[in-house]
Design a protein around this ligand. Structure first.
Ligand code: NAG
Ligand code: NAG
Ligand code: NAG
Ligand code: NAG
Ligand code: NAG
Length: 401
């Protein structure tokens, strides 16, 4: 008994001795203690409206000086964009990096709740992914990713994570497709052709399964003279309003209610592959102002909601529509509905690398040039940021070859 007591006391004593005393520190002094955070420190000082009365239990993603330099056009951000961007760097929870498992992705709500920028319930989101090597990557709008360079700096209200890119506030589907995901222009054009863009803009917390351009090219003949109402119904079947679901939250055999009167979409998971009905998700978790987009390799049919993938296929899943007429794919083949995209300041939109985000809120027009933005496949640090990671991306490529 005595021996037990003394060893217990010893344990308590050593805990007291060896637990470092955690000193409260204000944000400014924590930032000042790090090299290369001059720009962010200046922004914190200049925006007491945002940083003076921070709530408890938060995480601040602090881009370093090189991140602002890399962005290339920070000087052109007006005050409302600066404020939105800063709020997008404040996560509403305290998230320490060791708590994320290797290979896992999680999402975090941010303080960006202004409806001009985001209608995602609880605030626009960032995705945090821990790579197999252990580093954590933040993913934001326009496929912009930042790696955590200095982890878990403690301050009065939570933690600071120093990152190497400025997170970009997600914008509309249109703006995102034009400046970073050119493979979605047929889908976006089709939404315009059927006057569905304004309907989509009003929806919150959307999950969109957006077929890539080649899927529309394959069915060019089928869509050529399709009745507008019929096409509208097909497109609505690709949109799930009010149920923002990241790819890792899509459970096998679960279903989601689409904007086609709740007509169901069914998820199938097989090894590293994820399908919605019989279409494969080839790029996941593209953040937009009112939710997110998963890019798929086939157009879905609302009349064939019971279609499922043939998981034994080593090639891509065939289209569920019967192709008629033109079915060729590739960059030299015209993209259906591309001409329905409204013209922006630098038409024609058929030269996507030059297309600015003129219709978007941010409109910095540098998406394609940004070291982080771009069409799939993502940079190496970004692959897992898509949630499904290498397995899916490689699988998709193999299927195409
Ligand atoms: C700060 O930036 C300089 C120049 O890019 C670099 O050489 C230095 O290693 C950085 N310091 C830290 C602590 O990251
Ligand atoms: C902070 O405000 C001052 C005065 O308006 C300005 O000169 C400075 O560039 C601002 N700093 C940052 C990082 O925005
Ligand atoms: C996924 O769901 C399908 C359909 O219910 C089922 O046949 C299959 O075995 C499930 N796969 C896994 C990995 O659970
Ligand atoms: C929302 O999505 C989840 C995850 O895929 C699914 O399980 C659930 O049934 C969906 N709810 C509705 C109403 O569609
Ligand atoms: C700020 O810039 C954005 C994008 O460039 C623009 O949409 C918005 O109207 C501007 N806001 C103000 C107040 O000038």
């Amino acid at each position: 008994m005595v021996r037990w007591l003394s060893s217990a006391l010893l344990a308590v004593a050593s805990t007291l001795l060896f637990t470092p005393v955690v000193q409260a520190a204000d944000l400014e002094s924590v930032l000042a203690g790090q090299a290369n955070l001059t720009t962010f420190r200046g922004l914190v000082k200049n925006h007491t409206d945002i940083f003076a009365n921070l709530p408890q239990g938060i995480t601040i993603a602090a881009p370093n000086d090189n991140a602002f330099m890399k962005l290339g056009n920070w000087e052109t951000y007006n005050e409302s964009m600066v404020v939105a961007t800063l709020k997008y760097h404040i996560l509403k929870q305290t998230i320490d990096m060791p708590s994320i498992k290797k290979g896992d992705s999680i999402w975090a709500s941010t303080s960006l709740t202004d409806e001009k920028f985001s209608t995602v319930t609880g605030g626009q989101r960032l995705i945090l992914t821990k790579q197999p090597g252990g580093e954590v990557v933040f993913t934001s709008g326009f496929a912009t990713r930042g790696t955590v360079l200095v982890e878990d700096l403690k301050f009065d209200n939570g933690l600071v994570q120093v990152i190497d890119s400025v997170m970009r506030v997600p914008e509309t589907l249109d703006s995102t497709a034009r400046s970073a995901y050119h493979d979605l222009t047929a889908f976006v054009g089709a939404l315009y052709a059927t006057d569905l863009m304004s309907e989509l803009a009003r929806q919150k917390d959307v999950t969109i399964f957006a077929p890539r351009n080649a899927a529309f090219q394959q069915l060019a003949g089928t869509f050529e003279n399709m009745d507008k109402e019929k096409l509208k119904r097909i497109l609505r079947y690709h949109i799930v309003p009010g149920n923002l679901t990241h790819v890792w939250e899509l459970k096998n055999a679960s279903s989601l209610a689409s904007a086609d009167n709740g007509n169901k979409l069914t998820i199938t998971r097989h090894t590293n592959y994820i399908f919605v009905n019989a279409a494969e998700i080839i790029q996941a978790d593209i953040l937009i102002s009112n939710g997110l987009v998963h890019m798929i390799d086939n157009v879905l049919s609302p009349d064939l909601s019971d279609s499922r993938p043939d998981v034994t296929l080593t090639t891509a899943q065939p289209p569920v529509f019967t192709p008629t007429g033109a079915t060729a794919t590739g960059t030299t083949v015209p993209t259906p509905f591309a001409s329905n995209l409204p013209c922006t300041v630098s038409c024609p939109v058929t030269q996507p690398t030059a297309a600015p985000t003129a219709t978007g809120a941010g409109g910095d027009g540098q998406g394609a040039k940004s070291s982080n933005a771009g069409v799939a496949p993502a940079r190496c640090t970004g692959l897992a940021g898509a949630g499904v990671g290498i397995g899916l991306a490689v699988g998709a490529m193999m299927a195409v070859l």
